[in-house]
Ligand binder design. Structure first.
Ligand SMILES: NC(=O)c1ccc[n+]([C@@H]2O[C@H](COP(=O)([O-])OP(=O)(O)OC[C@H]3O[C@@H](n4cnc5c(N)ncnc54)[C@H](O)[C@@H]3O)[C@@H](O)[C@H]2O)c1
Length: 455
């Protein structure tokens, strides 16, 4: 990585007090993915297709988004990827771990998300990505089992094997920076225990094979020990324990999570702020899904579903703030169901029945029927997280924070500093993200006050 002093020299003197130094995105960026299933393969195949110019990165803020700078009258709205130095898609290299032995092309065919024709065009690159042996515990994902699994004398030993995988990939790929992006299955519900309370306790517990150390924690520990940032795309506890926060803080490594905000929850984080903005009351929100991919099968297990349910339920309370509006939001019946229904494959259908009330308490109903494609919605999120986490690791001002709350835009259950409630409103999250980028570049933050236009 280029030294920071060299980067600082590149910043014009007149802006020095405002602009935060960012190391340039030089060299390759290695993306390491635990879980080479539907989301991971749709992401990697998509990046390859975009690189070849045969498809468009729809849904990706880093590739298509713009950012307004200065006053509305200035007409300055560069593309985000031109405003901040992000890695180019051409510089991404991939590897992954999975409990199945399928290479990325075979796994993508089995996931059945992308058409065979498209996959044929990127076959060479995908074929070359073969899964490394996974750290896996059937007790945490009851519905699946596979042969491509590491053996070790204890969990610390398994972490050491992962660390060796990481060092090997760093060498073989020639990557100058790495990111770990968890796209593996949802693990059984877990609450923090004594084993999670400090780094020392975590290491001791791994050595003793404590059952409350989930495989995802072993990956997170191994990544951070190798100075690799980690993003959590599933609702697992993984990063939300004091031991991992301590490690990220100590090593100044960006982390973020959890659970990609894709279909139904995305809609909730758009609609609920609208109700609150207009002071419309809410008496009930019933959400159900049918889903037929492997993720749906895994979530058919009550333990894994409980992890997902917790992640999906939190946001209404945080957005609607019933403590401030007891009359409007004090008695909400909120229910979330996920039903495994194989004929639909990755094409999920999410239904919402929303009971609201208006002027003088008169009831109304809204029905949402979202016929979505799960991995098509998730893939651009994965791409953005990879590129933004890499930006964070090259930016000391962000790196030192550990938790990257500005990326909460992408998550159902965003991580925040301990004791702070998360922002779930999609539009607040978007403003937080863009203002973070403006802040880094010394641009005025946009508050939408706008009185000056009438002076
Ligand atoms: N829209 C979405 O698709 C979406 C949204 C939010 C969250 N998620 C989460 O993202 C994750 C991936 O979703 P998916 O649809 O790709 O699921 P998937 O079942 O297709 O893929 C998950 C892969 O992880 C592998 N795996 C399981 N445990 C592993 C371990 N310990 N190490 C390595 N590999 C392991 C499985 O073998 C499988 O190939 C899930 O946890 C899901 O809940 C997905």
């Amino acid at each position: 990585m280029t030294s920071i002093s060299k980067v600082e020299k590149e910043i014009p003197d007149e802006n020095r007090s405002h602009i935060f130094p960012v190391h340039p995105a030089q060299g390759k960026l290695g993306v390491m993915i635990p879980g080479m299933g539907a989301v991971a393969t749709t992401f990697v195949a998509g990046v390859e297709a975009v690189r070849r110019g045969i498809a468009s990165p729809v849904g990706s803020l880093t590739q298509m988004g713009t950012i307004r700078l200065g006053k509305r009258t200035e007409g300055r709205s560069p593309k985000i990827k031109e405003f901040v130095p992000l890695a180019s898609l051409d510089d991404l290299v991939f590897t992954g771990w999975d409990i199945f032995e399928d290479d990325m092309h075979t796994a993508a065919l089995k996931a059945g998300v992308l058409e065979r024709d498209l996959l044929q065009k990127v076959k060479g690159r995908l074929r070359a990505i073969k899964p490394m042996k996974a750290v896996f515990d059937h007790n945490y994902v009851k519905k699946i089992d596979g042969p491509n699994v590491k053996k070790g004398k204890n969990k610390l030993d398994l972490a050491e094997q992962l660390r060796q995988d990481i060092r090997d990939f760093r060498k073989s790929s020639g990557a100058s920076r790495l990111i770990t992006m968890w796209c593996a299955s949802t693990e059984s519900f877990l609450q923090p225990t004594a084993a999670h309370q400090s780094l020392k306790a975590l290491e001791k517990a791994m050595k003793e094979n404590d059952e409350t150390i989930a495989p995802s924690m072993v990956y997170a520990y191994a990544s951070l020990m190798e100075d690799v940032p980690f993003a959590n795309g599933a609702p697992n506890l993984t990063l939300d324990i004091p031991a991992i926060l301590e490690l990220a803080q100590e090593r100044k490594l960006p982390i973020c999570g959890k659970d990609f905000k894709t279909g139904q929850t995305l809609m909730k984080s758009v609609l609920a702020p609208a109700f609150k903005a207009r002071l419309l009351g809410l008496s009930g929100w019933y959400s159900t899904n049918i889903l037929g991919n492997r993720d749906g099968e895994v979530l058919d297990d009550p333990g894994s579903f409980k992890t997902k349910e917790e992640s999906k339920l939190g946001l209404l309370e945080h957005i609607l703030q019933p403590q401030l509006y007891p009359e409007l939001y004090g008695k909400i019946f909120h229910k979330v169901r996920i039903n495994y229904y194989p004929p639909r494959g990755d094409n999920k259908e999410g239904w919402d029945n929303i009971d609201i009330f208006g002027w003088l308490g008169y009831p109304m109903q809204i029905k949402v029927d979202f016929l979505c494609r799960d991995s098509i919605l998730a893939a651009p999120i994965v791409l953005d997280l990879v590129l933004f986490l890499d930006l964070a690791q090259r930016t000391p001002e962000l790196r030192r924070l550990g938790i990257q709350e500005w990326l909460s835009f992408y998550f159902k259950s965003p991580m925040t500093a301990p004791g702070l409630y998360p922002e779930h409103d999609l539009f607040i999250q978007m403003m937080k993200l863009k203002n973070t980028l403006r802040h880094l570049k010394g641009e005025e933050l946009i508050t939408h006050l706008g009185l000056e236009y009438y002076d």
